[in-house]
Structures are given as structure tokens and as C-alpha cells.
Design a protein around this ligand. Structure first.
Ligand SMILES: *Cc1c(COP(=O)(O)O)cnc(C)c1O
Length: 474
């Protein structure tokens, strides 16, 4: 099923700037060894995220010129609405400027303090928006999802038995909805099977609880279903998507992923009362319901992106490109999370750098080395992002996994870019003993990965920075 080459020709190009190792060393010092603080122009291959980084097609760019910027009733809204309806089949379609805004208006309408919202695994903004309502966000993915070596075709599946136990315990009245995230972003981009969604849907119908999809990567999930789930090999991905969505009552989506646009999102629901409450709140925080924080031209690009993402040549190449990178790394002996997910390859930094303890931030140290030596930017998903302490005495404050995620933007890089990435990581792996740990010199109380500062281990000294004081072991 592998596609031997990119299923598109390149019509517009964006030059990549080359920097010297010396320049990158200087930039790293200025950035406090935090890759979020680098000027993007100084990055050769940017694998920080797949969100909002897609390349639009000629048809999407042409669509921008057809933007109708009327305040109300823009023709692009109707096109977008029709595209979402034909994809998901739900009655009401509400545009938002991105995914988290859709989360905000949905949860504001239906989640009350003391309630509980299960998901296979919440994305961080989803969790934060639920907790902001003084409700509980529960992760109920199957337990194998937490084992980096366990290879299952649908490692993003919901643990339906645990879901039932939770509903019985808290009572169905306290569960306003259940979410399923496709693919499971926080769990490595792993897909959920139709059989699992059907089982979840059947259980929830018994209790009268609505099922919603966090559908950011629905097309990638549906392609995995076609590849892996018995009975779907010959079903068009569009039809798989229709039957998947028909098992739920609504969805929300960050269109910055499978919408193939740089900004946008939406919410779609069947229930009229929910739609009314959501729309009223939308006017307060996002805008009139026919634009929801977007320009008419953005809605046009999104309507076209939702069609294009279901093109099976595109999807086959997309999934095989991510797999291509992952397999090159695995062949070079680099420890990665298995199976390879839909939008990213995750390097297991604890196994890559066994000589670094967690309070020396191995995943961050690996991401820094990858930028310094080769100009490649990935993202740390480990103790910087999830840890809450910086001292080895407080073991419990470190997450289980130390990962560097290499997220692949859609339609942006060719396989030769990714071959370069693979060669670089394998080269680094062969010289891994030389990678030094990091000492955190500043850590904000929340979401510290965006602003944290570090020094390299040998030259590290304790520093104090206002409110974010951290005391460091020598
Ligand atoms: C990106 C993402 C979101 C949030 O969307 P934004 O457009 O970044 O606000 C929500 N859920 C999942 C699974 C995501 O990947």
C-alpha cells in the first residue's frame, strides 16, 4: 500500500535558511536552551508541531480569493456548512477560530461544576477547558496505551468496561457527554477502531449520554481503520468517516490538523437546545454564527481542505511518510514508541540517554542536541512539560515517559527532508554519550515548557528569576 512518491507537484517554494553550528550554539544560549524561544527562521526542518503548519493546495489558495467578507450570511459559510454536514451528518455547524474555542463554547453550554467528562485521552486544552468549569476530565484509554513497546493496531481505544464502571459510580446525571479523541494525540497519535466506537456508543445509549468526537485527525484515524480493521479494506475512507460519525451525537475539531488549514475549527451537533446555547455563547466570545472568529476566505479554504484530506492517495502517502521516518529510525537502533502513529514519531529519550536522570531533563537535552547539531526542531514531551519539581528528591513529580516528538506537517516536507532527519537522529544516537544534561534556571508555575530556561550541566549555576525561583541540586 506504500506510495513511492509525494502525490503532488510543488508550485510554490519557501527557502530554508542554513545556519552554522556556531550560530545555533549562540541562538540556543539566547533562547535559554528552550526551542520555543528560537526564531523559526533559524530552524532547518521544523517538526515542532503538525498543528496549523500544513501547506494549502492550489485550490485552497484560489478559494481565498473567493472570500466573501460579509458580516452575516457569507457564501463561504454555506459552503463550509455543507462540507461539514456531508462529512459528519450532524444538523448544526458552528465555526470557531480554532479547536480550543470549540471546546470552550461546548463545555460552557453543557458542563457544570462537579460533573465528570471521560475521554480515551484528553488533549491538554480539552482537559484545561473542562477543569475550568470545575469538572473532572478523566482519561480512560486501554491500559496498553501506556506501554511504549506494546504493539496493538488500535492502541487509542477506550476502555469500555472502565467507562461503564465510572458511569455507575458517579451516576449518569453527572456525565454530560463522553469524548473520543481520534487519533489519540496525547497517546502517540494512535487510532481508535470502529468496533470500539460502536461498543462505546451502545453503552452510552443505554444511559442516555451523548458521545462526541474530538475529531482533529479523523481522516488519519479512518485511514488506519481501512488498513487495519477487518471488513474495511475496500470501503472508501469517506464512507468510513460517515459511519464513524454516525455513531456519535456531535464533534469538535481543530481544523489546524486534518482541515489542512493554518487556522480554524468547528463544532457540530444534533441537539437543538445544545446548538442554541452554544450559538448564544459564541456570539459573546467568537463572533456571529456565520463566521465564528474566521474570515470568509478562511472558511472557504477549510471547506476545500475537508474534501482534500479524504483523498486516499494523499492519506496513503501521509501515513506512509510518517512510517518511513519511524522505520528508518528503528532500523538505526533508535528507541521509538511503537506502533508508529499517524502524525508523529516519538523518540524514547530515557532509553536514548540512559546516563541522564530525569531531573537532568533527558528529552529536552536530546531536543537541544538535535537542533544544535543538525538544525532540526522537535518538541519535548516529558519532565519539562509535565514535571512539577526540579529536584531528584521528588521522584513522584516526574512523568512516566520522556519523549521527543517529531511531528510531521502535512504536505510540507519531502521524503528527502525526512531521510536527512533520520540520518541525523541515527548519527546523534551513535554519539549519545556526549550529550549533557540540563539544569532548569527558570520555571513558570504553569505551562512552563513555553518559557522555561536552562543551562548545560557542567557550566550550571543556581540562578534566581523573580517569581519562578527554583533551587537546584548541585
Ligand atoms: C490541537 C488539538 C486541540 C486544540 O486545538 P487548537 O486548534 O490548538 O486550539 C484539541 N484536541 C486535540 C486532540 C488536538 O490535537
Amino acid at each position: 500500500m506504500n506510495c513511492p512518491y509525494e502525490p503532488y507537484r510543488i508550485k510554490v517554494v519557501e527557502p530554508i535558511t542554513f545556519t552554522s553550528r556556531e550560530e545555533r550554539c549562540r541562538l540556543l544560549h539566547e533562547a535559554g536552551f528552550n526551542l520555543f524561544q528560537l526564531p523559526a527562521e533559524s530552524v532547518a526542518i521544523d517538526l515542532l508541531t503538525d498543528s496549523g503548519t500544513s501547506a494549502m493546495s492550489d485550490s485552497q489558495w484560489a478559494g481565498l480569493m473567493l472570500g466573501d467578507e460579509s458580516y452575516a450570511g457569507s457564501k463561504n459559510f454555506y459552503h463550509f456548512e455543507a462540507a461539514v454536514r456531508s462529512l459528519c451528518g450532524y444538523r448544526y455547524v458552528v465555526p470557531t477560530h480554532q479547536g480550543r474555542a470549540a471546546e470552550h463554547v461546548l463545555f460552557a453550554a453543557v458542563v457544570k461544576p462537579g460533573m465528570c467528562v471521560p475521554n480515551n485521552m484528553h488533549f491538554d486544552t480539552t482537559r484545561a477547558n473542562i477543569e475550568h468549569r470545575d469538572a473532572e476530565a478523566l482519561d480512560l484509554v486501554i491500559k496498553e496505551a501506556y506501554d511504549p513497546h506494546c504493539e496493538l493496531p488500535f492502541k487509542g481505544n477506550m476502555d469500555v468496561d472502565r467507562l461503564e464502571a465510572i458511569i455507575e459510580r458517579v451516576g449518569p446525571d453527572r456525565v454530560p457527554l463522553v469524548l473520543i479523541t481520534i487519533t489519540n494525540n496525547s497517546g502517540g497519535g494512535q487510532p481508535v477502531s470502529i468496533a470500539n466506537i460502536r461498543a462505546t456508543s451502545r453503552l452510552l445509549k443505554r444511559y442516555g449520554i451523548p458521545l462526541f468526537f474530538d475529531a482533529c485527525r479523523f481522516a488519519e484515524n479512518c485511514f488506519f481503520i481501512k488498513e487495519r480493521e477487518p471488513g474495511y479494506a475496500d470501503v472508501p475512507v469517506r464512507e468510513i468517516a460517515r459511519s464513524l460519525f454516525s455513531l456519535g451525537d456531535g464533534c469538535l475539531m481543530s481544523a489546524k490538523k486534518d482541515g489542512l488549514v493554518n487556522i480554524g475549527g468547528f463544532l457540530s451537533v444534533n441537539d437543538e437546545r445544545w446548538a442554541r446555547a452554544i450559538t448564544n455563547h459564541l456570539i459573546l466570545v467568537e463572533g456571529f454564527p456565520t463566521y465564528g472568529g474566521l474570515a470568509g476566505r478562511d472558511l472557504e479554504a477549510l471547506a476545500r481542505g475537508l474534501e482534500e484530506v479524504l483523498d486516499e492517495d494523499y492519506l496513503r502517502f501521509r501515513i506512509s511518510q510518517v512510517r518511513y521516518l519511524g522505520e528508518l529510525l528503528a532500523r538505526g537502533g533508535v528507541p521509538i514508541l511503537k506502533p508508529i502513529g499517524g502524525h508523529a514519531v516519538y523518540i524514547n529519550a530515557r532509553e536514548f540517554l540512559p546516563h541522564l536522570q530525569q531531573h537532568r531533563f533527558p528529552a529536552q537535552a536530546l531536543a537541544v542536541a538535535l537542533y544544535r547539531e543538525y538544525g532540526i526542531r522537535g518538541v519535548e514531551i516529558g519532565s519539562v512539560m509535565f514535571g512539577t519539581r526540579d529536584s531528584p528528591a521528588e521522584e513522584a513529580a516526574y512523568p512516566e515517559l520522556e519523549l521527543v516528538r517529531l511531528a510531521i506537517p502535512r504536505r510540507v516536507y519531502t521524503n528527502s527532508h525526512l531521510a536527512y532527519v533520520a540520518e541525523s537522529v541515527v548519527d546523534l544516537f551513535q554519539h549519545r554519550d556526549a550529550i549533557r544534561g540540563l539544569v532548569m534556571t527558570y520555571g513558570a508555575p504553569q505551562l512552563r515548557h513555553f518559557t522555561a530556561r536552562f543551562e548545560e550541566e557542567s557550566s550550571a549555576v543556581t540562578q534566581f528569576h523573580g517569581a519562578g525561583v527554583v533551587t537546584l541540586p548541585q
